[in-house]
Design a protein around this ligand. Sequence first.
Ligand code: TA6
Length: 283
Amino acid sequence: MTAAIAENVEYQGMPAVHLRAPNGAEATILLHGAHVVSWKTPNGDERLYMSDLSEFADGKPVRGGVPICFPQFSTRGPLPGHGFARLFSWELIDARTGDDYAMAVLRLVDNASTREMWPHAFIAEMTVSVAGDRLDMELEVENTGDASFSFTAALHTYLRMREVEEATLEGLRGQHYFNNVSKEDNILETGVVVAISEETDRVYYDTKNPLLLREPHRSLGINAENMPETVVWNPWVERSTKIADLPDNGFRYMICVEAGAIQKPVELAPEASWWGRQTLVAM
Ligand code: TA6
């Protein structure tokens, strides 16, 4: 055991905060987008996927890690895809360590640029902590204006896979989903596991069970709170070639399992706040 660390570092030329729990688990979070770009278990095993072709620049999304989608999921509205939270620099407002954890809190407050796109006053805070074999990520949004607003949000987690075809995702049987590839809605998931062998882009509704992502050599527990949708995304062969910041074979080494509040927008009255959380547990 060593002391926990929360320190300012650079990652790909951008300011970031590096967390290390006393057991050696680590996470790195960019101030840009409050974007978790790395999470390693104590044995040094990286559990998040990051594209080698990702750009790291103001106003550009990062391809990999955990993009925050806010205040709009995907292209379901007039804002840029997945909203603007991932395009701006957030402020690091707290970085702390304890006996068994290290954590950081980053904040985005509405400003002239956000109000140009979305005319609302808000504070968004992302809290990230590493402890034991867990990564906890919580997004909180407060309405600081004098009118209600609504939004959708997601933690668009890119999980690193040794080979995505080896992986199975358990816990979605019996749920209904929207298939964003075929555009069919309300499809019943009948499979005991979801496996990736083609382009997959699904929004599962009202998912309450913890999920288990198994690979032959390791597993990952995925829990969400207050984020009722689970998105499962892998672009597969053809679509990958159209994503400039993803290597053509990048889809083999990733699966996105996202926690979101998507189907029913969150309505926030003045002074009200909301939070949603995703927890990953390495096994
Ligand atoms: O969450 C799945 C999804 O919305 C897909 O439809 C896919 O386009 C992906 O996110 C990536 O979006 P991005 O805007 O980061 O290219």
